[in-house]
Design a protein around this ligand. Sequence first.
Ligand SMILES: [Zn+2]
Ligand SMILES: [Zn+2]
Ligand SMILES: [Zn+2]
Length: 258
Amino acid sequence: MSCKVIFTGTGTSQGIPVIGCKCPVCTSQNPRDRRTRTSVHVIVGDIHLQVDVGPDFRQQMLANQLDRVDAVLLTHEHMDHLAGIDDLRPLIFNQKRPMPIYGTSRVLKVVRQQFPYAFASEEDRYPGAPELKAVEIDGQKPFKVEGVSVIPLPVLHGNWPVLGFRMGNFSYITDANQIPNSTYALLRGSEYLVLNALRKEPHYSHFTLDEAIDVAKKVGARHTFLTHISHDMGLEEEVSRMLPAGISLAYDGLVVEC
Ligand SMILES: [Zn+2]
Ligand SMILES: [Zn+2]
Ligand SMILES: [Zn+2]
């Protein structure tokens, strides 16, 4: 089945440029140094899956001329990954059905707390409110979304368990700094791998550039793309020159056919 991945956002939680920052990355004229909050849009056959719906979701859909989402998958409940959920409204209205949101019980609990009006009963719902359908996933067991097989990839974000997702030969991990051996086994055979790499300096809950490169080598995918990048990483052009073959920085708007 054909698979197309659109990197809708590749920046860390503050995005790049950071408000008020005058560093070389935040003032760079290179469009690849502008990064909205991390998310990815995966089209498998004719099914559109959105992995994470950050605060830049609306602009990301417009910038990439996307107008359909069949289901949302959430990696975890940090706001840079779900604060854009209200902007699913036009899609819910056009598609005339509640939007399925896949996540673990812990993640869905936060979605319900943040967007209680999206789960209101028909009598209580405000007419312009979005309608969400929470679909709980186990986090350890493969599941299907609109007929697409998805393998959850348990990883650690600090000491907090979050998920990546594998669909066919494409594996996506954002917001991690540790990958258990059992998850390496699930990654085996991935041809395209996405990993987070925040910056060069250590961080308590994200891979550094060197750590991400080590993981990429260990997995051995045909190509690895790095995402969730901070302005501290440095200029896209300079960092790109230092990377080993088969590893590159993702950028907003990058499209990969898997
Ligand atoms: Zn994040
Ligand atoms: Zn900056
Ligand atoms: Zn996070």
